[in-house]
Write a protein that binds this ligand. Structure first.
Ligand SMILES: [Zn+2]
Ligand SMILES: [Zn+2]
Ligand SMILES: [Zn+2]
Ligand SMILES: [Zn+2]
Ligand SMILES: [Zn+2]
Ligand SMILES: [Zn+2]
Ligand SMILES: [Zn+2]
Length: 431
Protein backbone atom coordinates (compact mmCIF):
# COMPACT_ATOMS: atom_id res chain seq x y z
CA UNK A 1 0.00 0.00 0.00
CA UNK A 2 2.77 2.35 1.00
CA UNK A 3 4.77 1.35 -2.06
CA UNK A 4 1.78 2.15 -4.18
CA UNK A 5 1.44 5.60 -2.59
CA UNK A 6 5.14 6.31 -3.17
CA UNK A 7 4.84 5.19 -6.78
CA UNK A 8 1.82 7.38 -7.20
CA UNK A 9 3.64 10.32 -5.62
CA UNK A 10 6.64 9.80 -7.89
CA UNK A 11 4.44 9.74 -10.98
CA UNK A 12 2.66 12.92 -9.94
CA UNK A 13 5.96 14.64 -9.11
CA UNK A 14 7.52 13.66 -12.41
CA UNK A 15 4.48 14.95 -14.28
CA UNK A 16 4.68 18.18 -12.34
CA UNK A 17 8.42 18.48 -12.86
CA UNK A 18 8.02 17.83 -16.57
CA UNK A 19 5.44 20.55 -16.65
CA UNK A 20 7.75 23.10 -15.07
CA UNK A 21 10.76 22.00 -17.03
CA UNK A 22 12.14 24.61 -19.25
CA UNK A 23 9.92 27.13 -17.56
CA UNK A 24 11.36 29.98 -15.47
CA UNK A 25 10.54 30.17 -11.78
CA UNK A 26 7.88 32.81 -11.59
CA UNK A 27 5.14 34.09 -9.30
CA UNK A 28 1.98 32.14 -9.95
CA UNK A 29 3.74 28.83 -10.58
CA UNK A 30 2.06 25.86 -9.01
CA UNK A 31 3.91 23.16 -7.07
CA UNK A 32 2.17 19.92 -6.16
CA UNK A 33 3.28 19.07 -2.66
CA UNK A 34 2.07 18.68 0.90
CA UNK A 35 0.45 21.80 2.37
CA UNK A 36 2.19 22.82 5.64
CA UNK A 37 -1.18 24.06 6.97
CA UNK A 38 -3.89 21.59 5.90
CA UNK A 39 -1.39 18.70 5.53
CA UNK A 40 -2.92 17.49 2.30
CA UNK A 41 -0.90 17.05 -0.87
CA UNK A 42 -2.23 19.62 -3.23
CA UNK A 43 -1.12 22.50 -5.38
CA UNK A 44 0.73 25.35 -3.73
CA UNK A 45 1.01 28.62 -5.54
CA UNK A 46 4.27 30.63 -5.49
CA UNK A 47 3.53 34.13 -4.29
CA UNK A 48 7.09 35.40 -3.68
CA UNK A 49 10.59 33.93 -3.91
CA UNK A 50 14.05 35.25 -3.00
CA UNK A 51 16.78 32.75 -3.83
CA UNK A 52 19.32 32.16 -1.00
CA UNK A 53 23.01 32.38 -1.77
CA UNK A 54 26.08 30.93 -0.05
CA UNK A 55 26.32 34.10 2.06
CA UNK A 56 22.65 35.19 2.36
CA UNK A 57 19.48 33.41 3.26
CA UNK A 58 16.50 33.73 1.01
CA UNK A 59 12.70 33.64 1.55
CA UNK A 60 9.60 32.16 -0.01
CA UNK A 61 5.83 32.80 0.29
CA UNK A 62 3.30 30.23 -0.85
CA UNK A 63 -0.50 29.87 -0.69
CA UNK A 64 -2.45 26.63 -0.62
CA UNK A 65 -4.89 26.18 -3.42
CA UNK A 66 -6.99 23.86 -1.25
CA UNK A 67 -7.12 25.62 2.16
CA UNK A 68 -6.27 29.07 0.80
CA UNK A 69 -3.85 29.74 3.62
CA UNK A 70 -0.68 31.58 2.82
CA UNK A 71 2.66 31.18 4.59
CA UNK A 72 6.26 32.22 4.17
CA UNK A 73 9.60 31.04 5.50
CA UNK A 74 13.31 31.77 5.46
CA UNK A 75 15.31 29.52 3.21
CA UNK A 76 19.01 28.70 3.24
CA UNK A 77 21.71 27.73 0.83
CA UNK A 78 23.22 24.24 0.93
CA UNK A 79 26.32 22.89 -0.70
CA UNK A 80 26.37 19.73 -2.70
CA UNK A 81 25.60 17.54 0.29
CA UNK A 82 22.58 17.83 2.53
CA UNK A 83 23.55 17.63 6.17
CA UNK A 84 21.67 17.25 8.33
CA UNK A 85 18.61 16.38 6.29
CA UNK A 86 16.25 17.12 9.16
CA UNK A 87 16.74 20.87 8.76
CA UNK A 88 16.08 20.84 5.01
CA UNK A 89 13.07 22.90 4.13
CA UNK A 90 10.90 23.94 1.23
CA UNK A 91 12.57 26.73 -0.85
CA UNK A 92 16.10 25.85 0.23
CA UNK A 93 18.68 25.80 -2.55
CA UNK A 94 21.14 22.92 -2.96
CA UNK A 95 23.91 22.26 -5.45
CA UNK A 96 23.42 19.13 -7.50
CA UNK A 97 25.23 17.30 -10.24
CA UNK A 98 23.08 17.95 -13.25
CA UNK A 99 22.80 15.35 -15.96
CA UNK A 100 24.40 17.93 -18.22
CA UNK A 101 27.65 17.43 -16.31
CA UNK A 102 27.58 20.73 -14.48
CA UNK A 103 26.70 21.51 -10.90
CA UNK A 104 23.57 23.69 -10.79
CA UNK A 105 21.64 25.25 -7.95
CA UNK A 106 18.33 23.49 -7.37
CA UNK A 107 15.24 24.71 -5.59
CA UNK A 108 13.66 22.29 -3.08
CA UNK A 109 10.23 21.70 -4.47
CA UNK A 110 8.93 18.89 -2.29
CA UNK A 111 9.79 16.84 0.78
CA UNK A 112 7.92 13.61 1.19
CA UNK A 113 8.95 10.45 2.98
CA UNK A 114 12.47 9.62 1.98
CA UNK A 115 12.12 11.32 -1.38
CA UNK A 116 13.14 14.78 -2.35
CA UNK A 117 11.89 16.72 -5.36
CA UNK A 118 14.14 19.52 -6.62
CA UNK A 119 13.91 21.87 -9.59
CA UNK A 120 16.93 23.35 -11.42
CA UNK A 121 17.37 27.09 -11.23
CA UNK A 122 19.84 27.12 -14.11
CA UNK A 123 18.49 29.19 -16.92
CA UNK A 124 19.69 26.64 -19.45
CA UNK A 125 18.82 23.41 -17.65
CA UNK A 126 15.47 23.76 -16.01
CA UNK A 127 14.97 20.05 -15.22
CA UNK A 128 13.34 18.57 -12.22
CA UNK A 129 14.75 15.61 -10.27
CA UNK A 130 13.04 13.32 -7.77
CA UNK A 131 15.38 11.02 -5.87
CA UNK A 132 15.88 9.44 -2.43
CA UNK A 133 17.49 11.59 0.27
CA UNK A 134 20.55 9.36 0.28
CA UNK A 135 21.31 10.65 -3.23
CA UNK A 136 21.81 14.11 -1.80
CA UNK A 137 23.96 13.21 1.21
CA UNK A 138 27.71 12.73 1.34
CA UNK A 139 29.20 9.93 -0.70
CA UNK A 140 32.16 8.76 1.28
CA UNK A 141 34.84 6.44 0.06
CA UNK A 142 37.66 5.06 2.19
CA UNK A 143 40.89 6.86 1.41
CA UNK A 144 43.21 5.77 4.18
CA UNK A 145 43.14 2.99 6.82
CA UNK A 146 45.38 2.64 9.88
CA UNK A 147 44.87 -0.82 11.39
CA UNK A 148 44.33 -1.12 15.09
CA UNK A 149 46.97 -2.88 17.15
CA UNK A 150 46.97 -4.35 20.63
CA UNK A 151 48.26 -1.01 21.97
CA UNK A 152 46.49 1.61 19.88
CA UNK A 153 43.22 2.14 18.06
CA UNK A 154 43.16 2.16 14.28
CA UNK A 155 41.32 4.59 12.00
CA UNK A 156 39.60 4.78 8.66
CA UNK A 157 39.77 8.09 6.77
CA UNK A 158 36.95 8.57 4.26
CA UNK A 159 36.42 11.41 1.78
CA UNK A 160 33.15 12.55 0.21
CA UNK A 161 33.42 12.32 -3.53
CA UNK A 162 31.06 15.29 -3.94
CA UNK A 163 32.26 17.81 -1.37
CA UNK A 164 35.69 16.42 -0.40
CA UNK A 165 34.66 16.48 3.19
CA UNK A 166 36.54 13.87 5.21
CA UNK A 167 35.54 11.82 8.19
CA UNK A 168 37.55 9.57 10.44
CA UNK A 169 36.23 6.42 12.03
CA UNK A 170 38.05 4.71 14.85
CA UNK A 171 38.89 1.02 14.86
CA UNK A 172 38.88 -0.44 18.39
CA UNK A 173 42.06 -1.81 19.92
CA UNK A 174 42.46 -5.49 19.23
CA UNK A 175 43.47 -7.97 21.90
CA UNK A 176 47.05 -9.16 22.39
CA UNK A 177 48.12 -12.29 20.61
CA UNK A 178 49.65 -14.23 23.48
CA UNK A 179 52.17 -16.92 22.66
CA UNK A 180 53.60 -19.14 25.38
CA UNK A 181 57.21 -18.15 25.97
CA UNK A 182 58.26 -20.29 28.94
CA UNK A 183 56.68 -22.58 31.49
CA UNK A 184 57.60 -23.74 34.99
CA UNK A 185 55.43 -26.76 35.81
CA UNK A 186 53.70 -26.80 39.15
CA UNK A 187 54.75 -29.22 41.85
CA UNK A 188 53.70 -28.84 45.45
CA UNK A 189 54.50 -25.22 44.69
CA UNK A 190 52.62 -23.17 42.09
CA UNK A 191 54.07 -23.13 38.61
CA UNK A 192 53.89 -20.35 36.05
CA UNK A 193 53.59 -19.71 32.36
CA UNK A 194 55.09 -16.63 30.72
CA UNK A 195 53.34 -15.40 27.58
CA UNK A 196 54.62 -12.86 25.09
CA UNK A 197 52.44 -10.86 22.70
CA UNK A 198 53.60 -11.61 19.21
CA UNK A 199 52.73 -8.05 18.17
CA UNK A 200 53.88 -5.74 20.96
CA UNK A 201 56.26 -8.09 22.82
CA UNK A 202 54.49 -7.34 26.05
CA UNK A 203 54.69 -10.24 28.52
CA UNK A 204 52.36 -11.57 31.15
CA UNK A 205 52.67 -14.38 33.69
CA UNK A 206 49.94 -16.75 34.69
CA UNK A 207 50.11 -18.99 37.70
CA UNK A 208 49.58 -22.76 37.57
CA UNK A 209 47.91 -24.01 40.75
CA UNK A 210 50.07 -26.13 43.03
CA UNK A 211 49.42 -29.85 43.20
CA UNK A 212 49.30 -30.75 46.91
CA UNK A 213 50.03 -34.41 46.10
CA UNK A 214 53.30 -33.63 44.30
CA UNK A 215 55.70 -33.25 47.18
CA UNK A 216 59.23 -34.55 46.82
CA UNK A 217 59.61 -36.35 50.10
CA UNK A 218 63.09 -36.98 51.42
CA UNK A 219 63.62 -39.13 54.46
CA UNK A 220 65.30 -37.04 57.15
CA UNK A 221 65.15 -39.31 60.17
CA UNK A 222 64.61 -43.04 60.63
CA UNK A 223 65.01 -44.47 64.11
CA UNK A 224 66.67 -47.87 64.46
CA UNK A 225 64.12 -50.64 64.36
CA UNK A 226 63.24 -51.85 67.82
CA UNK A 227 60.48 -53.89 69.38
CA UNK A 228 58.44 -50.67 69.74
CA UNK A 229 56.88 -48.78 66.80
CA UNK A 230 58.62 -45.57 65.75
CA UNK A 231 58.10 -42.78 63.27
CA UNK A 232 60.00 -41.83 60.13
CA UNK A 233 60.34 -38.13 59.36
CA UNK A 234 60.19 -36.76 55.84
CA UNK A 235 60.75 -33.24 54.53
CA UNK A 236 59.69 -31.99 51.12
CA UNK A 237 62.77 -30.76 49.35
CA UNK A 238 60.66 -28.23 47.45
CA UNK A 239 58.48 -26.57 50.09
CA UNK A 240 60.04 -27.84 53.36
CA UNK A 241 56.75 -29.26 54.52
CA UNK A 242 57.21 -32.21 56.83
CA UNK A 243 55.32 -35.42 57.46
CA UNK A 244 55.77 -38.55 59.49
CA UNK A 245 55.04 -42.16 58.74
CA UNK A 246 54.81 -44.97 61.24
CA UNK A 247 57.69 -47.41 61.45
CA UNK A 248 56.34 -50.77 62.47
CA UNK A 249 57.93 -52.56 65.36
CA UNK A 250 60.36 -55.39 64.71
CA UNK A 251 59.18 -58.20 67.00
CA UNK A 252 62.61 -59.77 66.83
CA UNK A 253 64.48 -56.66 67.97
CA UNK A 254 64.04 -56.89 71.73
CA UNK A 255 66.94 -55.84 73.91
CA UNK A 256 66.88 -58.80 76.30
CA UNK A 257 68.59 -58.45 79.65
CA UNK A 258 68.93 -61.40 81.98
CA UNK A 259 67.11 -60.65 85.22
CA UNK A 260 67.21 -63.97 87.05
CA UNK A 261 68.53 -67.50 86.55
CA UNK A 262 67.64 -70.87 88.05
CA UNK A 263 70.49 -73.32 87.32
CA UNK A 264 69.64 -76.69 85.87
CA UNK A 265 69.94 -79.78 88.04
CA UNK A 266 68.29 -83.07 87.28
CA UNK A 267 65.38 -80.72 86.54
CA UNK A 268 65.51 -78.09 83.79
CA UNK A 269 66.66 -74.65 84.86
CA UNK A 270 65.45 -71.34 83.51
CA UNK A 271 66.66 -67.86 82.65
CA UNK A 272 64.29 -64.90 82.85
CA UNK A 273 64.84 -61.98 80.54
CA UNK A 274 63.25 -58.54 80.42
CA UNK A 275 63.38 -56.28 77.36
CA UNK A 276 64.90 -52.97 78.40
CA UNK A 277 62.91 -51.27 75.64
CA UNK A 278 59.37 -52.57 76.03
CA UNK A 279 59.55 -54.39 79.39
CA UNK A 280 58.34 -57.56 77.73
CA UNK A 281 59.58 -60.71 79.44
CA UNK A 282 60.54 -64.19 78.32
CA UNK A 283 61.87 -67.31 79.93
CA UNK A 284 64.40 -69.69 78.45
CA UNK A 285 64.77 -73.24 79.67
CA UNK A 286 68.16 -74.71 80.55
CA UNK A 287 68.16 -78.44 79.76
CA UNK A 288 68.31 -80.73 82.73
CA UNK A 289 71.71 -82.21 83.51
CA UNK A 290 72.04 -85.94 83.27
CA UNK A 291 72.84 -87.72 86.57
CA UNK A 292 72.65 -84.53 88.57
CA UNK A 293 70.20 -85.86 91.12
CA UNK A 294 70.39 -84.98 94.77
CA UNK A 295 69.78 -88.31 96.43
CA UNK A 296 68.97 -88.62 100.07
CA UNK A 297 67.82 -91.49 102.21
CA UNK A 298 64.11 -91.62 101.88
CA UNK A 299 63.23 -94.87 103.58
CA UNK A 300 64.86 -97.80 105.39
CA UNK A 301 62.81 -100.93 104.74
CA UNK A 302 63.43 -103.85 107.13
CA UNK A 303 63.56 -107.44 105.94
CA UNK A 304 60.43 -109.56 106.19
CA UNK A 305 60.16 -113.19 107.21
CA UNK A 306 57.55 -115.88 107.06
CA UNK A 307 56.23 -117.45 110.26
CA UNK A 308 58.96 -120.06 110.12
CA UNK A 309 61.61 -117.38 110.19
CA UNK A 310 62.54 -117.68 106.58
CA UNK A 311 63.48 -114.46 104.90
CA UNK A 312 60.90 -113.20 102.46
CA UNK A 313 62.32 -109.87 101.45
CA UNK A 314 65.70 -108.48 102.26
CA UNK A 315 66.07 -105.14 104.00
CA UNK A 316 67.06 -102.21 101.88
CA UNK A 317 67.47 -98.46 101.85
CA UNK A 318 65.52 -96.45 99.36
CA UNK A 319 67.30 -93.36 98.16
CA UNK A 320 65.25 -90.60 96.49
CA UNK A 321 66.24 -87.43 94.67
CA UNK A 322 64.99 -84.44 96.64
CA UNK A 323 64.48 -82.58 93.39
CA UNK A 324 62.72 -84.95 91.04
CA UNK A 325 61.79 -87.91 93.21
CA UNK A 326 63.82 -90.40 91.22
CA UNK A 327 64.81 -93.27 93.51
CA UNK A 328 66.79 -96.46 93.77
CA UNK A 329 67.14 -99.18 96.40
CA UNK A 330 70.20 -100.52 98.03
CA UNK A 331 69.97 -103.86 99.82
CA UNK A 332 71.36 -103.86 103.34
CA UNK A 333 70.95 -107.58 104.24
CA UNK A 334 68.06 -109.70 105.47
CA UNK A 335 68.42 -109.68 109.27
CA UNK A 336 68.01 -106.09 110.13
CA UNK A 337 67.66 -102.75 108.65
CA UNK A 338 70.68 -101.83 110.72
CA UNK A 339 71.26 -98.61 112.52
CA UNK A 340 71.64 -96.57 109.39
CA UNK A 341 72.22 -92.93 110.12
CA UNK A 342 71.61 -90.21 107.70
CA UNK A 343 74.06 -87.40 108.28
CA UNK A 344 71.53 -84.99 106.81
CA UNK A 345 74.06 -82.79 105.22
CA UNK A 346 73.27 -80.97 102.01
CA UNK A 347 74.92 -82.05 98.81
CA UNK A 348 78.08 -80.39 97.73
CA UNK A 349 78.17 -81.66 94.20
CA UNK A 350 80.98 -84.08 94.86
CA UNK A 351 80.54 -87.52 93.39
CA UNK A 352 83.78 -89.23 92.66
CA UNK A 353 84.94 -92.78 92.23
CA UNK A 354 86.08 -93.07 95.83
CA UNK A 355 82.58 -92.57 97.12
CA UNK A 356 81.36 -95.10 94.63
CA UNK A 357 83.91 -97.66 95.69
CA UNK A 358 83.22 -97.06 99.39
CA UNK A 359 79.56 -97.49 98.86
CA UNK A 360 80.12 -100.59 96.80
CA UNK A 361 82.32 -102.06 99.49
CA UNK A 362 79.92 -101.31 102.30
CA UNK A 363 77.00 -102.55 100.31
CA UNK A 364 78.94 -105.77 99.56
CA UNK A 365 79.71 -106.24 103.23
CA UNK A 366 76.10 -105.61 104.18
CA UNK A 367 75.05 -107.99 101.47
CA UNK A 368 77.35 -110.66 102.81
CA UNK A 369 75.79 -110.38 106.25
CA UNK A 370 72.37 -110.83 104.71
CA UNK A 371 73.15 -114.04 102.82
CA UNK A 372 72.00 -117.27 104.34
CA UNK A 373 74.66 -119.76 105.07
CA UNK A 374 74.06 -122.65 102.68
CA UNK A 375 72.28 -125.49 104.38
CA UNK A 376 71.46 -123.49 107.51
CA UNK A 377 68.58 -121.30 108.62
CA UNK A 378 70.81 -118.43 109.66
CA UNK A 379 72.63 -115.80 107.76
CA UNK A 380 76.32 -115.10 107.65
CA UNK A 381 75.64 -112.11 109.86
CA UNK A 382 74.05 -114.30 112.43
CA UNK A 383 76.84 -116.84 111.99
CA UNK A 384 79.50 -114.17 112.45
CA UNK A 385 77.69 -112.92 115.51
CA UNK A 386 77.87 -116.44 116.91
CA UNK A 387 81.55 -116.74 116.03
CA UNK A 388 82.18 -113.39 117.72
CA UNK A 389 80.37 -114.41 120.87
CA UNK A 390 82.36 -117.66 120.87
CA UNK A 391 85.62 -115.82 120.41
CA UNK A 392 84.74 -113.44 123.21
CA UNK A 393 83.94 -116.36 125.39
CA UNK A 394 87.31 -117.92 124.53
CA UNK A 395 89.03 -114.61 125.22
CA UNK A 396 87.34 -114.25 128.57
CA UNK A 397 88.18 -117.85 129.46
CA UNK A 398 91.82 -117.31 128.42
CA UNK A 399 91.95 -114.08 130.46
CA UNK A 400 90.41 -115.84 133.36
CA UNK A 401 92.59 -118.90 133.04
CA UNK A 402 95.83 -117.28 132.18
CA UNK A 403 96.20 -117.62 128.51
CA UNK A 404 98.13 -114.63 127.29
CA UNK A 405 98.65 -112.64 124.06
CA UNK A 406 95.33 -113.27 122.41
CA UNK A 407 94.89 -111.99 118.91
CA UNK A 408 92.93 -108.90 118.12
CA UNK A 409 89.25 -109.32 117.41
CA UNK A 410 87.28 -108.56 114.36
CA UNK A 411 86.81 -104.96 115.28
CA UNK A 412 86.44 -103.53 111.71
CA UNK A 413 83.55 -105.82 111.01
CA UNK A 414 82.04 -105.13 114.39
CA UNK A 415 82.33 -101.45 113.72
CA UNK A 416 80.88 -101.71 110.31
CA UNK A 417 78.12 -103.88 111.61
CA UNK A 418 77.16 -101.70 114.51
CA UNK A 419 77.89 -98.28 113.26
CA UNK A 420 77.83 -97.96 109.50
CA UNK A 421 77.98 -94.40 108.46
CA UNK A 422 76.76 -93.90 104.94
CA UNK A 423 77.64 -90.75 103.15
CA UNK A 424 75.24 -88.99 101.04
CA UNK A 425 75.35 -90.48 97.58
CA UNK A 426 75.97 -88.54 94.42
CA UNK A 427 75.67 -91.34 91.96
CA UNK A 428 72.90 -93.69 91.22
CA UNK A 429 74.56 -97.01 90.96
CA UNK A 430 72.58 -100.07 90.21
CA UNK A 431 73.55 -103.38 91.72
ZN1 LIG B 1 -3.72 23.94 2.55
ZN1 LIG C 1 22.40 21.23 -16.45
ZN1 LIG D 1 29.75 15.61 0.57
ZN1 LIG E 1 50.23 -6.93 22.21
ZN1 LIG F 1 56.38 -29.87 48.87
ZN1 LIG G 1 61.22 -55.13 73.54
ZN1 LIG H 1 66.66 -85.67 90.45
Amino acid sequence: MKALLVAFYLVVTMVLLSLVANAGLAVGDLFYTSCPVCGVSTNLRLEYYLQPTASNSGSIRISCVRCNSSFSRVTKYWGTCLEPLSTLGLGDVILYNCSCGKIHPYFVLSLDGSYLGILSLDSNCKYGVSAPFSSFSHSYTETRRTPATCTSTGSILSTCSRCNKTKTESIPIISHRWVEFSRIPSTCLPGSVVYTCSMCKKTKTESIPANPAAHTWTETFRPPATCLPGTINYTCSACNQTKTEPLSADPTAHAWTETSRTPATCLPGSINYTCSTCQDTKTETIPAKENAHTYDVAEIVPATYDPDGNLLTASYIRYACTACGDSYNTSIGGGSAGPIINDGEGGDGMGDATATLGKTFLSGVWALFGIYVPGFSFTFGQMWLGVLLASLSILVIRMMFGFGGGPRGESPRTSSTNNPKISKERRHDEF
